[in-house]
Design a protein around this ligand. Structure first.
Ligand code: B12
Length: 212
């Protein structure tokens, strides 16, 4: 692997907030494409951080600072990942479900969807089913509801949200797309979602298919 990618991984794992942007710029200058910097650098680093947390080496503050370091690095490649986006491909309401504070993945998905021309309304993290319903009521032209969850304990809140949307009579005109590390296609079907994607770039493909 390119040395600079290793340095990016190391920089995030060791929270080197001062030099992460420099490293990412170096990687770009070396001709490594932004998608590769993201997938083989930053996301690999977050996987390592998760592992250190599981092993009891890292605690909550370490995970948080690692996420902040990644966000700093992302700022450099964000304009490159977002390119085009001429006319709106449709409106998407996006958020992380109730009880869940993870937003790095959601933000990436939002960024890529915007780049693909979607009009993204980001409702944030820890969003209750009631709040999603309220936002959808204010945005009746939304074509997709996109839900994120990173915890096995908050995954069920995706179903609770879909059920609340149904009860509010908003489900029939809307497609629901879900994602997040603990999810898979089977779970997505089980809870009545229309689409699932394992990462942000594939989320764009799924969203395009869903809006037809
Ligand atoms: C950073 C982090 C945190 C930070 C979050 C900061 C932030 N601003 O997001 C903080 C410190 C807050 C945190 C807290 C906790 N965390 Co945490 N966290 C992580 C960590 C290290 C990285 C997550 C991340 O940013 N990944 C990088 C992004 C790019 O990937 P991603 O989120 O998976 O998103 C991609 C895909 O999943 C997909 N995707 C995501 N959303 C969506 C949505 C749609 C619609 C689609 C289509 C696709 C999609 O596309 C994304 C981009 O490619 C993970 C470890 C890991 N490997 O995931 C643990 C991890 C998720 N956390 C974990 C835990 C246990 C917790 C805590 C419960 C710890 C505690 N004891 O308090 C708390 C819960 C707090 C809460 N209520 O939410 C566990 C979850 C275990 C489980 N299976 O339930 C993990 C897996 C760590 C571990 N290995 O144990 N955490």
């Amino acid at each position: 692997m390119e040395k600079v990618l290793e340095q990016i991984i190391d920089g995030i794992v060791k929270f080197d907030q001062d030099s992460i942007q420099e490293r990412v710029k170096e990687a770009l200058a070396a001709g490594i494409n932004p998608q590769k910097i993201l997938n083989e650098g930053m996301i690999v680093a977050m996987g390592k951080v998760g592992k250190l947390f599981e092993e009891g080496e890292y605690f909550l503050p370490e995970m948080l600072v690692a996420a902040m370091t990644m966000q700093k690095g992302l700022e450099v490649i964000q304009p490159l990942l977002m390119k085009s986006g001429v006319k709106s491909a449709g409106k998407i309401v996006l958020g992380t479900v109730k009880g869940d504070l993870h937003d790095v993945g959601k933000n990436l998905v939002g960024m890529m969807l915007k780049g693909a021309g979607f009009d993204v309304i980001d409702v944030g993290v820890d969003v209750t089913p009631e709040k999603f319903v309220e936002v959808l009521q204010d945005n009746k032209d939304a074509k997709i509801l996109a839900l994120s969850a990173l915890l096995t304990t908050t995954m069920p809140n995706m179903k609770t949200t879909i059920d609340a949307v149904k009860r509010a009579g908003l489900r029939s005109k809307l497609k629901v797309m879900v994602g997040g590390a603990p999810l898979n296609e089977t779970y997505a079907k089980e809870i009545g979602a229309d689409g699932y994607a394992p990462d942000a770039s594939r989320a764009v493909g799924v969203a395009k298919t869903l809006v037809g």
